[in-house]
Design a binder for this molecule. Structure first.
Ligand code: ASP
Ligand code: MG
Length: 409
């Protein structure tokens, strides 16, 4: 029999009615002849509520006990969903992470799965049962409950799919798939039929928060095909899988990602000597500030301009650190700007097509949008622009690369 792992997120099972609707969907798939293992989140809002309860008692709660508290959200939903499936006349059985034995390391709150014992689940499937597993949780070698980090149910689902050699891991959520870009910015954004793991990682890290990044990495590593679907309407969703050997004519660019929460800092007149980059970025890292893009260029007088971007929430802190560095290394000046945004085009097709960058830059130039920084990877080109042009830039690129709903570029 074909085995499918399905994962339902918090909004999909946020009320009793929704749990009943999900049970119907599961039963339908079961009756179509599939073996079904389900991973579930807690009801929406529940994990936050539990964390807040713990915080009311302790400002910095013991990580082991916090995991005992927050893992209960999923224990409620596995029980309720199993009951709802049984009500429809299909046998179902629930398991917590430790009952399955999803073995993790000891890192409470961000534990990593080490091993899944598939024995019980396989037996239940053979008996014709639907198996409902609590997402987000596992157990360490000492028998303590652990949790995998926020959004961790996606990872549970992928890990189960890998351990059970499922045909597909289906992530049911409140959107009907992965889009070419944010439909709130581009009305003509399209749902993608498929996208590669690599592309999805680039899109996700740039703010398309459909899936937990770690789950996508995991799926890519183990070659588990992932499908994102709506739990509220029928449809094919978006398949995330490994790249196919070029049989189909694929679009060069799969999507446009963007991020408006960035800030840019430049040190002008930096001495052109070895060690300077580390003298600048070192203290930034020491202050726990994450750096995104970095560009360095030799200016007229053999001194460098050194520019980098950080998350906007770290802007003030970064400016403070950089002013100190500037004095130390005798840079000419610090110039900063926290009204910038980053726009990226993503696509594995870039590898085999020339002229993608020039198409991108021409499209932006036609709209008189100035590019302040550029960075590239094998399957992505990112530019930094003035924040106020963000929407225009995303729309323009979406059209320029033929991604609009009607397919015309
Ligand atoms: N309930 C957990 C959370 O809210 C895990 C999940 O939803 O995936 O983060
Ligand atoms: Mg969630």
């Amino acid at each position: 029999m074909t085995l499918i792992v399905q994962k339902y997120g918090g909004t999909s099972i946020g009320t009793v009615e929704r749990i009943q609707a999900v049970a119907k969907k599961i039963v339908k798939a079961k009756q179509a002849g599939l073996d079904i293992v389900v991973a579930v989140s807690a009801m929406s809002g529940e994990t936050n509520r539990l964390i807040n309860l713990a915080r009311e008692i302790s400002a910095s709660p013991c990580a082991r006990e916090l995991d005992v508290v927050v893992s209960t959200g999923e224990q409620v939903t596995i029980g309720l969903l199993s009951l709802a499936i049984k009500e429809l006349g299909v046998e179902a059985v629930s398991y917590t992470g430790s009952q399955v034995r999803i073995l993790t390391d000891d890192a409470h709150g961000k534990a990593r799965i080490q091993e899944i014992d598939a024995k019980n689940i396989s037996q239940d499937l053979q008996q014709g049962r639907v198996v409902v597993v609590a997402g987000f949780q596992g157990v360490n070698n000492n028998g303590s409950i652990t949790t995998l980090g926020r959004g961790g149910s996606d990872t549970t689902a992928v890990a189960l799919a890998a351990a059970l050699s499922a045909k597909e891991c289906q992530i049911y959520t409140d959107v009907d798939g992965v889009y070419t870009t944010d439909p709130r910015v581009v009305e003509r954004a399209r749902r993608l039929d498929r996208i590669t793991f690599e592309e999805m990682l680039e899109m996700a890290s740039l703010g398309s928060k459909v899936l937990q990044i770690r789950a996508v990495e995991f799926a890519g590593k183990y070659g588990v095909p992932l499908r994102v679907l709506s739990s509220f309407e029928d449809g094919p969703g978006t398949l995330i899988s490994a790249e196919e050997d070029g049989s189909m004519e694929k679009p060069v660019i799969s999507g446009i990602a963007f991020n408006r929460d960035e800030a840019k800092l430049t040190l002008r007149g930096v001495p052109d000597t070895p060690g300077i980059a580390s003298q600048i970025i070192g203290p930034i890292g020491d202050a726990n500030i994450e750096v995104d893009m970095i560009v360095q260029n030799v200016g007229e007088d053999q001194s460098n301009d050194f520019t980098f971007t950080v998350h906007r929430s770290e802007y003030d802190k970064a400016v403070g650190v950089l002013n100190g560095v500037a004095k130390q290394i005798k840079a000419k000046e610090v110039v900063t700007d926290n009204r910038i945004a980053k726009v990226s085009i993503v696509g594995v097709g870039m590898r085999s097509h020339a002229g993608v960058a020039s198409t991108m830059f021409r499209a932006l130039a036609n709209e008189s949008i100035n590019i302040q920084m550029i960075s590239t990877s094998e399957i992505k080109i990112s530019v930094v622009i003035e924040e106020k042009y963000l929407e225009l830039a995303v729309r323009t690129l979406h059209t320029a690369f033929g991604l609009d709903m009607d397919g015309t570029g």
